[in-house]
Design a protein around this ligand. Structure first.
Ligand SMILES: Cc1cc2nc3c(=O)[nH]c(=O)nc-3n(C[C@H](O)[C@H](O)[C@H](O)COP(=O)(O)OP(=O)(O)OC[C@H]3O[C@@H](n4cnc5c(N)ncnc54)[C@H](O)[C@@H]3O)c2cc1C
Length: 451
């Protein structure tokens, strides 16, 4: 069978695309969804069951549907969840909401045929306007006229070589913290060293405490910057004053000036959001790479803010001394006398310092993971059917999220969604942006099928 559409992936991007396709395609069409995650739609972000793992975006902006922005806030209200529209629901509840919405669409009578295929796509054997054919890890071939890759971007590797550490000590280096199984092996009094101080670190700290861990947590990152919190009460977005030039320094100076003149910085950051994709596209490649080299950590802590409850938990851990943050560059990790020793050069110093721990957890983030994590993307890159974007963020797509091949030719009917397309859009990792992209891709596919 040649499907009209294949959606490859099982996180938010995949469920948002599937839901939009179910709403927009004629009942005569067929959709295959290929994913290996039993909790379809939850992906990395929403598979947690811990209530303290909160969304970092207010409920009123987390609807799966771009054209029904209050949908999630309404879902919470009708279930008596007690989260106001500008409050921060649990990510577990958001996962339930996504599956609930898909289930409702699947109950409708006049809808496209939809087949879930539990597998991983491992290779693309044909990419053409007429048909795309993907080999699955169960040996079968999946054929579809349109394909939407919703693969996420995996996790960055530990930045130092740890292959020389073997046996049980190696198991105490957690390279991918999203496989939450490691938490149940940590003893309450053990010391945990976390590499990276972003939102992944915050998640792991909260998860450790929820699992009964009471020992010291040491966090090491290059700048030691922690995400700011959302304000306790709603801050309205403020239109940013932008300079005529698209120079990074001029842009930042102008925003700083606006804040110095009295504007709430959170309002200015939120006011930037609808403009960020356009601003990014107006920057030259050199300016974009300057931004990534110098401004990214500051962007992240202002832009990706913590729910107030989460921030106060983290603050309390810092004040009690249980959580300590170090600024420095990791140099190596060794195993010695049943401990792991992370050597690092403290920022601004020339000598080395050491952190001794029972566990080392890699939380160095996702945005630089690129395409290395995916055997499918590696094969497609080698084959020339995709091209890595020049900043190493993901793959090249055009303005409508269609994949561009090695020769710069757009592949009709072959799309990518979410953070994989950050080279083109930058602001495309969170629900409010992905849902717009998912809708737009579904509309294009509906138009392709109507021809
Ligand atoms: C911890 C965390 C919290 C977040 N909180 C928020 C929030 O509060 N608000 C917000 O707006 N955004 C949040 N985000 C951003 C989040 O990235 C997006 O909301 C969204 O979850 C991204 O989904 P995705 O489907 O693109 O990627 P992923 O969630 O990574 O899903 C990709 C899926 O594709 C599957 N896959 C990969 N390769 C293949 C293959 N070859 N074949 C088949 N399947 C494959 C994977 O197994 C995976 O399940 C958060 C992110 C994280 C990590």
């Amino acid at each position: 069978m040649v499907y009209d559409v294949a959606v490859v992936g099982s996180g938010f991007s995949a469920i948002a695309e599937t839901a939009n396709l179910l709403r927009l395609l004629p009942a005569s069409s067929s959709i295959a969804v290929v994913g290996d995650d039993p909790g379809f739609g939850r992906g990395t972000a929403y598979r947690t069951e811990l209530h303290i793992h909160r969304l970092n975006v207010p409920a009123q902006r987390m609807s799966i549907f771009a054209d029904r922005p209050d949908d999630f806030a309404d879902w919470l209200r009708t279930r008596g969840k007690g989260v106001p529209p500008d409050g921060f629901a649990s990510r577990d509840d958001f996962g339930r909401y996504l599956r609930d919405r898909l289930a409702a669409l699947l109950r409708e009578r006049d809808r496209p045929v939809l087949h879930f295929i539990k597998a991983k796509a491992v290779a693309c054997e044909q990419c053409s306007a007429a048909k795309n054919a993907f080999r699955l890890d169960n040996g079968s071939l999946l054929e579809a006229t349109n394909v939407v890759l919703c693969l996420g971007i995996g996790n960055a590797d530990v930045s130092v070589d740890v292959t020389h550490i073997e046996g049980p000590m190696r198991e105490r280096i957690v390279t991918n913290p999203w496989r939450l199984g490691w938490l149940s092996h940590v003893k309450p009094s053990q010391t945990v060293c976390i590499l990276g101080s972003g939102l992944t670190m915050v998640d792991q700290v909260l998860a450790l405490r929820a699992h009964g861990h009471r020992g010291p947590i040491r966090v090491l990152s290059r700048r030691g910057l922690l995400s700011h919190a959302h304000a306790d009460s709603k801050v309205e977005p403020i239109a940013p004053t932008l300079p005529a030039s698209r120079d990074m320094s001029a842009l930042l100076a102008s925003l700083r000036q606006q804040v110095r003149a009295g504007a709430d910085w959170r309002g200015v950051m939120d006011g930037l959001r609808p403009l960020t994709q356009r601003l990014w596209q107006e920057l030259s490649p050199a300016q974009k790479s300057r931004f990534l080299r110098h401004a990214l950590p500051w962007w992240n802590i202002h832009r990706h803010r913590l729910a107030p409850l989460v921030a106060s938990r983290l603050d309390a851990l810092g004040k009690s001394g249980a959580l300590r943050v170090y600024k420095g560059y990791i140099k190596d990790i060794e195993a010695a006398k049943c401990k792991l020793v992370a050597s690092f050069r403290p920022r601004g110093e020339s000598g080395l310092a050491q952190l001794e721990a029972d566990w080392v957890v890699n939380c160095t983030g996702m945005e630089r993971a690129g395409i290395r994590h995916s055997p499918l993307l590696r094969q497609m890159l080698q084959d020339g059917s995709i091209r890595a974007d020049e900043l190493g963020l993901g793959i090249c797509v055009d303005q409508s999220a269609q994949i561009v091949d090695r020769n710069g030719v757009v592949q009709p009917g072959l799309f990518a969604l979410g953070a994989l397309t950050a080279g083109q859009f930058w602001e495309i990792t969170a629900v409010p942006d992905i849902r717009v992209q998912a809708r737009s891709v579904a509309e294009q596919i509906a138009a392709n099928l109507a021809v």
